[in-house]
Design a binder for this molecule. Structure first.
Ligand SMILES: *[C@@H]1O[C@H](CO)[C@@H](O)[C@H](O)[C@H]1NC(C)=O
Ligand SMILES: *[C@@H]1O[C@H](CO)[C@@H](O)[C@H](O)[C@H]1NC(C)=O
Ligand SMILES: [Zn+2]
Length: 448
């Protein structure tokens, strides 16, 4: 009897131990901010660091235009510091102990009190909230799903439309494509919350615009960041057996796939997948954007961090032919955002102000379905906390971003076409076969 009880206790102790052990810990990990490379030699040194130090997690990629943040494990600290010093790269410590920052954040996120923007929210809370919005406001809000994730979770979308008969232009928004960027789903849900409770002076935002929003596009990864590894970025697919799961969803789109800013090694954070659209999350997004390209006038995809309002393109330094319009609208949005709390954003194409990347959802949205205003918004901050933005900053980040989104929406409403739209004409000319996106892409560029 006693022996049996002892065994049960031992069993419980072991279970607790495995639960704790399965959660990745970041004790002693540091984040360094490396000053921006001053010349090609320094830039190449950073690239070499990225290539050879496989365990160093680049929170931002090497760039000649901005500082680079890297997270280093305790075992690699000395080696990394030596490498940086010997190449003349100046650095400072942004986070001294990553685990401490993770724990501070987690104390709060375990508090459960329904949907709010004081804490980061679990997937379940977000999805239940969307369903209840739709249930209580069936004349405006509908939930549905654009597909399923690798692990079978819903890629839940909420559609907000007050006047379906008006055939309003649509703004498509997604968040949480990168799992660890928790502020992104917080902002996308805040936008939904605001749209469902508009003040009279903002009523036009729902009168003249429809909104299709997927607040958490990478639900598998998002759950994984709560249960296992706070700093997980990719999807959770298993293309290489159990080793090195996941694909960078924002490199998996079939538009200049696998070119600049990707890494063929499945263990790396910018692995674009074994082939384009290998990931259902990216594929479902693309199908939705493509099939609704007649209606969608703006695509906003929320990431963190760096405070950037990014236009296409990332894969090339060539700019879209209407770049000036995209830049000027982006600048207006950034100005409205800044007026709230003084937060400064930079506006431009990633290949010009950041670094190149290819196979992104933003480039795809612009390059294939031809969605005019396609932007990636890199939310707060500029590296003080990076992905671990403290919960105290959630609400202010949401409030200021909302002002920027309103500027985009009003522009889209103002440009509401009368008569046949560009897309109508365009779609009557080019091949409509959704499986042949390349043909449409080429035709689209020629038409523009
Ligand atoms: C690169 O810049 C650093 C700092 O200004 C300098 O020490 C180094 O000599 C430069 N290297 C080259 C090849 O210009
Ligand atoms: C991508 O979506 C298309 C259209 O919905 C579908 O036919 C295709 O099987 C999907 N591909 C993958 C890899 O999931
Ligand atoms: Zn991201």
């Amino acid at each position: 009897m006693l022996k049996a009880r002892g065994l049960i206790l031992l069993g419980i102790a072991l279970t607790v131990a495995t639960i704790i052990a399965s959660e990745k810990r970041y004790s002693g990990y540091k984040v360094y901010t490396v000053k921006k490379a001053r010349n090609d030699t320094e830039y190449k040194a950073l690239l070499e660091l990225q290539k050879n130090f496989k365990k160093v997690d680049f929170w931002s990629d090497p760039s000649k235009r901005r500082p680079t943040d890297i997270m280093v494990s305790p075992e690699d600290l000395t080696k990394t510091e030596q490498f940086l010093s010997s190449h003349g790269l100046e650095y400072s410590v942004a986070i001294n102990d990553v685990q401490r920052v993770v724990e501070k954040e987690n104390v709060r996120s375990t508090r459960q009190s329904g949907m709010n923007w004081r804490d980061y929210q679990r997937l379940r809370t977000i999805h239940d909230w969307l369903d209840s919005l739709a249930a209580f406001n069936p004349q405006v809000a509908q939930t549905g799903s654009i597909g399923r994730s690798t692990e079978g979770r819903n890629l839940k979308m909420i559609k907000l439309s007050k006047n379906p008969e008006k055939k309003n232009p649509v703004i498509y928004i997604d968040g949480g494509i990168h799992a660890r960027e928790w502020i992104s789903p917080a902002v996308t849900t805040y936008i939904i919350g605001k749209l469902m409770s508009l003040s009279p002076q903002d009523a036009d935002l729902l009168e003249n615009v429809d909104w299709h929003i997927v607040p958490v596009l990478n639900p598998d990864g998002y759950e994984y960041t709560f249960n296992e590894d706070r700093l997980w970025r990719k999807s959770r697919s298993l293309h290489n057996g159990p080793n090195c799961p996941g694909v960078d969803l924002n490199r998996n789109f079939d538009f200049h796939w696998g070119e600049a800013g990707t890494n063929d090694d499945p263990c790396r954070n910018t692995y674009p997948g074994p082939y384009p659209f290998s990931e259902p999350e990216a594929n479902s997004t693309a199908s939705y954007l493509f099939n609704n390209r007649n209606k969608i006038r703006a695509y906003l995809t929320f990431h963190s961090y760096s405070q950037l309002w990014l236009t296409p393109y990332g894969y090339t330094e060539d700019l879209p032919s209407d770049y000036e319009e995209l830049e000027s609208l982006g600048l207006r949005a950034a100005r409205a955002l800044q007026e709230v709390y003084g937060t400064e954003y930079e506006v431009g194409a990633p290949s010009h102000i950041l670094y190149s990347n290819s196979g992104s959802s933003r480039d795809y949205a612009k390059g294939v379905p031809g969605i005019k205003y396609s932007y990636t918004i890199e939310l707060r901050d500029q590296g003080d906390f990076g992905f671990l933005l403290p919960p105290q900053q959630i609400l202010s980040t949401c409030e200021e971003t909302w002002e920027g989104v309103k500027v985009i929406a009003r522009q889209v409403a103002r440009e509401r076409p009368s008569g046949p739209t560009f897309s109508d004409i365009y779609n009557s000319i080019v091949d409509r076969d959704p499986d042949d996106r390349t043909k449409v892409d080429v035709a689209g560029i020629r038409l523009r």
